[in-house]
Design a protein around this ligand. Sequence first.
Ligand SMILES: Cc1cc2nc3c(=O)[nH]c(=O)nc-3n(C[C@H](O)[C@H](O)[C@H](O)COP(=O)(O)OP(=O)(O)OC[C@H]3O[C@@H](n4cnc5c(N)ncnc54)[C@H](O)[C@@H]3O)c2cc1C
Length: 307
Amino acid sequence: MACTVLGGGVSGLSTGIKLLERGLEVHLVAEKLSPETVSDTAAAWWYPFLVEPLIKTNRWSSESFREFVRLMNEEGLDFITMRMGREYLKQPCSAPGWSESIDHFRILEEHEVMDGYSFGWEIEAPVIEMGYYMPWLRSRFESLGGTIETRKISNFEELESNLIVNCSGLGAREICRDEEVVPVRGQVVYIQQDPGFGRYDQQPESLIYTIPRRDVTVLGGTAQKDDWTIEVRKKDEEDILEKCESLWPELDRSKIVGRAVGLRPSRTEVRLESEYLNGKRVIHNYGHGGAGVTLSWGCADEVLRMI
Ligand SMILES: Cc1cc2nc3c(=O)[nH]c(=O)nc-3n(C[C@H](O)[C@H](O)[C@H](O)COP(=O)(O)OP(=O)(O)OC[C@H]3O[C@@H](n4cnc5c(N)ncnc54)[C@H](O)[C@@H]3O)c2cc1C
């Protein structure tokens, strides 16, 4: 069976790999490839953030978690590392649905909660360094026989295959005329300093994160809905640094080495469903918001189950 995957971000490449592993013939078409996709700017910490519906995203993120651990342990990918992180919350709440499917999850003791917060939890989860991971995904895809073409399309008619998997992220706004997909702008700062463990407050209105990678720690963030600005804003950087200092007072601004902006392809719910359009079967897999990496393998498996 032959299939075309539209999109060369983390969703398109992961889905393409799963389809190739099942023996399908896969051709990938994308306007932009790494390092020019949104996926390249992902921080990228495994954490289901800014995505719905929870009943499905909890399952997809748990499946991805297991695959990242497998890639790290069995395939030796050293650009995926397990990191401790603490999430601080203003109000006590029940443990998230995905907490049972990961090995390390515990509620913080009162003395471990930062000032200004009343509750929190600690988890150990994969951090994926996208600068290495995206090229690895591409080379895996090609080594399995997948082919890649760089081209922008305006509708599915332009693709020859009768089976299409649509992983076009924000591009679905135009191709599917889906106005539910909106950008949620994310700006980050890179610093060459290790906080030891990651510190988080991932409420969209406050949004603070410090994600330690081997090379740099990624500081964030912003979650600005319907904001298409891809330039770095000085004011946002100052806000990010002030917020991060509230959770990490030792942060040393002299160690900042870079910054980036990406537009998260956000949607009220991830669109993972199948439809027929002029005789072609189109399986949509887009709208992963702030968790496209976290959901990538689980969503790819779901596409496979649908096919
Ligand atoms: C600052 C920031 C931090 C983030 N941190 C995390 C994190 O820690 N963990 C996490 O899980 N997620 C994180 N995310 C979210 C994550 O980056 C996204 O959810 C994910 O990258 C979406 O991947 P995608 O493949 O669906 O879309 P994209 O990466 O945007 O790829 C879309 C692809 O479709 C192609 N395309 C679109 N339209 C067309 C067209 N008309 N014709 C041809 N090709 C087309 C594009 O060229 C591209 O190849 C973060 C995002 C940002 C911005």
